[in-house]
Design a protein around this ligand. Structure first.
Ligand SMILES: Cc1cc2nc3c(=O)[nH]c(=O)nc-3n(C[C@H](O)[C@H](O)[C@H](O)COP(=O)(O)OP(=O)(O)OC[C@H]3O[C@@H](n4cnc5c(N)ncnc54)[C@H](O)[C@@H]3O)c2cc1C
Length: 497
């Protein structure tokens, strides 16, 4: 083998996956079709992306939070109070300090909302991947591959490499997905949307914020010159044609019912509500992650967040499989755990597009929905959906933390759980100095780190097993049930020595 894993696509998902694999010592080659990552080649400065709490948690745990914040266009710390924080933001912050709710409990510095451009995010992840010595070949798109029982031969034009595994992180129109023959069921596009950064002759002609009209919807802002339009007369005729000022202006005029005039277009992208999801994320030695596995309208800002979750879920499982200690079924849990979250996001985006549709029933639908979500508890539940904290995996075990992202527990030595996750190890915590817990963990030596530390605050928690992706796979209140702990350790880390 030339490499353990070849990844097609150095978008945010491919780059993050490369970092996760390198943390586990796996050799990785990333083929990227585009030659230069730093130019506004894809969608220019219009490519601002909102990051939710689970995504920010990933950067926090891998020690990348300061760099993420530095590169962000906007950052709202949910724990923030005082001046400069709008009332609505403070209301959301209050929700995130509700420690009685396991979905909200202990998100630490990840309880935030960030907006970052795709360029800034890709630069950050490229630098991290280079630091971790992942090999990235740019200007080298995957063109073909053939997979057999022992590996995959991958071609990028004239170049040929042999690898154990291939992961398609090559976006919504994934070559890997098509060549491998993954089923990609879903619905065809019905809308045409534009997101753009522009200059106006007469900005006062447009209302600011979200505006629903008889022809669709438009958004003016939040930054000056940022616009979005959605029309419901069918998908664009040619998604790849470059976007002209006239095309954008026609759409804006049609949808807003004004004669607003554009004087310049700095960057623009065209999108649709094509909604599809691969029915499995793995076919033998070929896997999919990010947009390659699921596409839907960008309304609701879920696609990137979903892809970040895919990469972190897949990374350690694929590494364990390459390192030959993974239980046979481990890699299949990637689809089992991530597919339902992807299906939810797809539905969420589709429902939002439906609510924007300019039919005469819409006003009633929107007002009924607004009424339904208006109450305190329901608004909180909606906020939890949007922020991603509701996400959990259906893992064996009945402790309320099992299947959830681990809380950012604080310890007597001043450290926090998130800070222990930098190297991507599985963690077995013993909070009560019980030699039986470390004795048990020692049987999986080399596959997990045992941490014996007292919690800073009084708690019933005595022990916790956290997978490399930060999800709790076993927890105990009071005397730990070591049989259950052993069963969780073998489920996720394979047979003990
Ligand atoms: C207008 C708009 C706004 C959005 N806003 C948000 C938001 O606020 N929040 C959010 O979570 N998501 C948002 N999204 C979605 C988000 O951008 C995508 O989900 C995310 O970029 C997917 O990342 P990815 O790495 O899977 O794919 P991509 O970012 O598409 O990267 C794929 C990479 O693969 C490369 N590639 C393609 N073919 C090949 C090949 N054959 N060989 C090698 N390389 C190849 C491409 O050049 C590219 O670099 C938005 C999308 C749009 C269009």
């Amino acid at each position: 083998m030339d490499y353990d894993v070849v990844i097609a696509g150095a978008g945010p998902v491919g780059l993050l996956l490369a970092c996760e694999l390198r943390l586990a010592g796996i050799s990785v080659l990333v083929f990227e079709k585009l030659a230069n990552p730093n130019l506004p080649i894809k969608d220019g400065p219009v490519g601002a992306r909102a990051l939710n709490i689970p995504s920010i948690e990933v950067f926090y745990r891998r020690g990348l939070l300061p760099a993420l914040k530095k590169g962000a266009l906007k950052w709202i710390d949910m724990s923030m109070s005082g001046e400069g924080v709008e009332a609505a933001e403070r209301g959301v912050a209050a929700n995130y300090s509700d420690n009685s709710d396991p979905e909200l409990f202990g998100r630490g510095p990840a309880a935030a909302y960030g907006v970052i451009t795709t360029q800034a995010l890709e630069t950050l992840l490229s630098e991290r991947a280079a630091e971790l010595k992942a090999e990235i070949r740019r200007g080298a798109g995957l063109t073909a591959f053939s997979a057999d029982d022992s590996g995959v031969t991958v071609y990028a034009g004239e170049t040929q490499v042999r690898s154990g595994w291939l992961v398609g992180c090559d976006g919504g129109r994934s070559t890997v997905r098509k060549l491998a023959g993954f089923e990609f069921p879903g619905t065809d596009p019905k809308v045409c949307g534009y997101s753009a950064t522009v200059e106006f002759a007469d900005p006062e002609k447009l209302s600011s914020g979200w505006v629903r009209t008889a022809r669709g919807a438009y958004v003016n802002g939040p930054m000056p010159g940022r616009i979005l339009t959605v029309e419901f007369d069918g998908p664009p005729k040619d998604r790849d044609a470059s976007i002209t000022l006239e095309e954008l202006q026609t759409s804006l005029r049609r949808v807003s019912g004004t004669d607003a005039t554009l004087t310049a277009v700095h960057a623009a992208t065209r999108w649709t509500d094509n909604a599809r999801q691969a029915s499995t994320y793995r076919l033998g030695r070929v896997l999919l992650a990010g947009d390659a596995a699921h596409v839907f309208a960008p309304i609701g800002g879920e696609g990137l967040n979903l892809g970040i979750g895919d990469a972190v879920n897949l990374g350690w499982k694929l590494a364990a499989t390459v390192n030959r200690w993974a239980p046979e079924t481990l890699l299949d849990t990637y689809t089992t755990e991530r597919h339902p979250i992807g299906a939810w996001a797809l539905n969420w985006a589709t429902a939002q597009v439906a609510l924007m549709a300019p039919r005469h029933h819409r006003r009633a639908r929107v007002s009924v929905l607004a009424d339904l979500i208006g109450g305190g508890g329901r608004a909180k539940s909606l906020a939890k959906r949007i922020s991603g904290v509701w996400q959990r995996y259906d893992l064996p075990g009945d402790h309320p933390l099992v299947g959830r992202s681990a809380p950012d527990l604080e310890f007597e030595d001043g450290t926090k759980l998130g800070e222990h996750c930098r190297d991507g190890s599985a963690l077995l915590y013993d909070f009560v100095d019980d030699a039986r817990i470390s004795g048990l963990g020692a049987r999986w030596r080399g596959r997990l780190r045992i941490i014996t530390l007292r919690l800073k605050k009084n708690s019933d928690l005595t022990a916790l097993f956290v997978r490399p992706d930060g999800f709790v796979a076993w927890a105990a209140n009071g005397p730990p049930d070591l049989n259950r702990a052993a069963s969780a350790l073998s489920t996720w880390l394979g047979n003990s020595e």
